[in-house]
Ligand binder design. Structure first.
Ligand code: TYD
Ligand code: MG
Length: 458
């Protein structure tokens, strides 16, 4: 007989304790401990996700490395984020806010894979077969290679997977799955951890690729313990503004590729469409001849993305002026405003300032500093920056404009989209061989950048 025991788990980070506590010592959150009845036997199995074949250690030179077997999902944006296709036998966690399109994305992946004659099993614990069918009809024609199962009992799901041996499985979502041996409710730390452990065993043992949907908490991390992210091979986040139609897929962990790449999608009536040229998409709707708007260039992995930075600087009626950012880093804005105040003598301390990256993208690369600076100057001084000008560069505390990586790719992307002038760090000029007729203005500090837009504006 397995011994039943009680433990308290932090629902935020998975910290386990023998007694209830008000504040979690692990993540410092309050009131996150929940009592869970644990089955000693099954919990001790949870960590054993991988199958140990050889007890004898192997010398590293005796191992021949083989490239992982990858399949294409026929969605180049998703393949890119996964590192060039989905790796056979991997466990991929897809997190995101409710209604963002996780189920839609995975159903489309199921369609593409089943069209390539792979057998696919879609397990839903959230929707009925009819609901899935209605969604599927919006997406397109499906073949019978795709099979659906509405089930929340993981033992039944496991049995179905072992019997059908599909090449791909989608579990929508991990928080709805439960294990009979564990007394706590579905979605609790022990349930999620145990379920993920079982899925990991299935993926590695049978060579099945499993996609798992995970809900996110209001802080934006996958609900349940962090240990979930540690167990799986790849963690993807699907994000975006629910009121806008574009969606961004980002890898935060990837054992088989880089985590810098992003995939851009647009939610349409007939499902998600890939956005092959995000720059064009981000710049659509940019106002012409408006002060406070400038186009900057940021790298997302290997791909340059042009985006519009908007700033509004106006007189403040408060003792503490308001500073707000959407898409850019708030502290960075404060820092850049202090630099402008000190190095250019711009009177900004009594001004409210709002900075927005149009399209709702979140950008943290320092190369957009120069864009933020120029947008602020443009709004404060009412200077219109030419529509065909783009800029990039990092701004330091003494007002210097510092070099950034991959300057040539950024310039080329600007050329491709018809820009004729680029304001960039002086030190990056040397690294650009091909200019394709674009005029390059190298600037060493914010003063020179200011002069560059003044001269253009006239
Ligand atoms: P869904 O995939 O159910 O989100 P999640 O699984 O992340 O909770 O997507 C739900 C939203 O997507 C819903 O608000 C409607 C919208 N949608 C479309 O706009 N077009 C479509 O073709 C589909 C299937 C959904
Ligand atoms: Mg869903």
């Amino acid at each position: 007989m397995a011994k039943k025991a009680i433990a308290y788990f932090c629902q935020n980070c998975g910290y386990e304790s023998g007694k209830w506590m008000g504040q979690c010592p692990g993540c410092k959150e309050w009131n996150t401990f929940v009592e869970e009845v644990i089955d000693k036997k099954s919990v001790s199995n949870a960590g054993k996700a991988t199958v140990h074949k050889a007890a004898e250690p192997t010398p590293i030179s005796a191992i021949t490395a083989m490239d992982e077997k990858r399949e294409t999902t026929k969605m180049s944006e998703l393949d890119r984020v996964l590192g060039g296709g989905v790796v056979k036998g991997s466990l991929v966690l897809v997190g995101g806010d409710p209604g963002i399109g996780k189920s839609t994305l995975l159903l489309q992946v199921c369609k593409n894979l089943s069209d390539q004659n792979f057998s696919v099993l879609y397990v839903s614990g959230e929707e009925s077969l009819q609901q899935i069918k209605i969604r599927a009809e919006r997406i397109g024609e499906f073949t019978d290679n795709l099979q659906l199962l509405c089930e929340t009992n993981l033992a039944t799901v496991r049995e179905a997977i072992e019997r059908k041996k599909p090449a791909y499985v989608v579990i929508d979502s991990i928080q709805t799955m439960y294990n009979e041996e564990i007394a706590s409710a579905p979605g609790s730390v022990s349930q999620v951890r145990e379920s993920t452990g079982i899925l990991m065993q299935l993926a590695k043992g049978l060579g099945i690729t499993i996609f798992v949907v995970g809900h996110v908490t209001k802080e934006g991390v996958v609900a349940g313990p962090r240990v979930l992210e540690h167990m799986v091979d790849t963690v993807l986040y699907f994000e975006g503004d629910r009121h806008e139609s574009y969606r961004i897929l980002r890898a935060v962990k990837n054992r088989f590729g880089s985590t810098n790449e992003i995939g851009v999608f647009e939610m349409r009536n007939e499902g998600l469409a890939e956005v092959k040229n995000p720059s064009e998409y981000m710049l659509s709707g940019k106002p012409t001849g408006a002060p406070g708007s400038v186009v900057a260039c940021s790298m997302e992995g290997t791909r340059p993305i042009l985006l519009e930075i908007q700033a509004l600087v106006c007189h403040s009626f408060f003792n503490n002026p308001r500073r707000t950012t959407a898409g850019a880093d708030f502290n960075r804005l404060n820092l850049l405003m202090a630099v402008l105040e000190k190095r250019l003598g711009l009177q900004l301390s009594d001004c409210d300032a709002y900075v927005n990256i149009a399209g709702g993208l979140k950008m943290t690369e320092p190369a957009i500093d120069l864009g933020i600076v120029l947008a602020l100057i443009s709004s404060k001084k009412d200077i219109v920056i030419d529509d065909k000008t783009i800029c990039f560069g990092e701004v330091g505390l003494s007002g210097e404009v510092r070099g950034v990586s991959m300057a040539e790719q950024r310039v080329q992307e600007a050329c491709k989209l018809g820009f004729d002038t680029c304001i960039l760090p002086k030190v990056s000029l040397g690294s650009i061989k091909k200019t394709d007729g674009i005029r390059l203005i190298g600037v060493a500090n914010v003063q020179e950048a200011y002069e560059a837009i003044q001269n253009r504006g006239k």
